[in-house]
Design a protein around this ligand. Structure first.
Ligand SMILES: Nc1ncnc2c1ncn2[C@@H]1O[C@H](COP(=O)(O)OP(=O)(O)OP(=O)(O)O)[C@@H](O)[C@H]1O
Length: 280
């Protein structure tokens, strides 16, 4: 079995120090209120150090600031105080994926956001197309990414012909095609039925073990956090603060049977208590 150290080889470290994000209150015309007016504090003083190759769940009640935190890590938004830094270290052996160097990060949203007029293959290949990769290279890489997510035979289909679970798999393939060293996922499976969600949870864990990236997974499901992650960071209701930071005492190999074991129940209870202690 792979050790965590081996997995860590392709991932990056993520460090948050004193991160604070305050959104301005907007008036009816959508203008920000005058300087000095109180805003909506989404995040208040978060410190986190995430090791390269870790699988971390960010768990918190609805509206607490989880997506905001992920957007700050992705560089899609800026902190008002503190810093969110993705520290890229040189991958061993100058490792390069199809389509060139490994991308620092990829982001998977709750909605698959596929382009309806493009085939599955063309959707999966999009990041490499935007990066200017030649057609043959990006098609080969897209086919390989579709194999990784169990969609080897679906390349010629169109998004409208796919189930919700298949669409999310395409979204994952599109994220993986750049061989990201940090994968950010914002409640990616929340809209799926229970069975599909469990399958995709298993597949995501397997991809993480195989590809060795750092994973930050936002969820408000306690059982999903416990099943997927090595470490769960529990956030308070808004403004988000860390109320618990727990390394999960569970085996590396996660299978459906784990969900009924006492060790799993213990972790779920501990996370539940942490959520409740935060005022959720
Ligand atoms: N661009 C924005 N402008 C103003 N307020 C915002 C903005 N983005 C988020 N917020 C507010 O910040 C708070 C945190 O939002 P965020 O989307 O990060 O929460 P969340 O934990 O991801 O929620 P959910 O679990 O429901 O997806 C909310 O009160 C939200 O209304």
């Amino acid at each position: 079995m792979q050790t965590n150290r081996a997995r860590a080889s392709g991932g990056v470290r993520v460090r948050l120090t004193g991160v604070r994000r305050v959104f301005p209150v907007l008036d009816d015309a959508g203008r920000a209120a005058r300087d000095g007016a109180p805003g909506v504090i989404a995040i208040d003083g978060i410190d986190l150090d995430i090791a390269p190759g870790a699988f971390v769940a960010l768990l918190g009640p609805s509206g607490c600031g989880k997506s905001t935190l992920l957007r700050l890590v992705a560089g899609l938004d800026r902190a008002d105080a503190g810093a969110a830094v993705v520290e890229a270290e040189e991958a061993p052996g100058g490792e390069r994926g199809a389509g060139g160097a490994r991308a620092p990060l990829a982001y998977v949203f709750q909605d698959a956001h596929l382009l309806p007029w493009r085939s599955v293959l063309e959707n999966a290949a999009l990041p490499l197309e935007l990066a200017g990769a030649p057609l043959d290279e990006r098609r080969a890489a897209a086919r390989a990414a579709l194999v990784q997510v169990g969609l080897a035979d679906a390349g010629a289909r169109y998004p409208a012909e796919l189930s919700g679970g298949m669409r999310m798999r395409v979204s994952l393939a599109r994220a993986l095609i750049t061989r990201p060293r940090l994968l950010l996922l914002d409640e990616p499976f929340a809209a799926l039925d229970e069975l599909t969600r469990s399958r995709l949870d298993d597949e995501l864990r397997a991809l993480w073990a195989e590809l060795g990236m750092t994973v930050l997974f936002v969820t408000h499901s306690i059982t999903e956090a416990a099943y997927l992650a090595e470490r769960a960071v529990v956030l308070s209701p808004r403004p988000a603060r860390v109320v618990a930071d727990r390394t999960l005492s569970l085996p590396d190999q996660r299978t459906a049977a784990l969900r009924t074991e006492p060790a799993f129940a213990r972790e779920v209870r501990a996370l539940q208590e942490a959520l409740e202690s935060g005022g959720a």
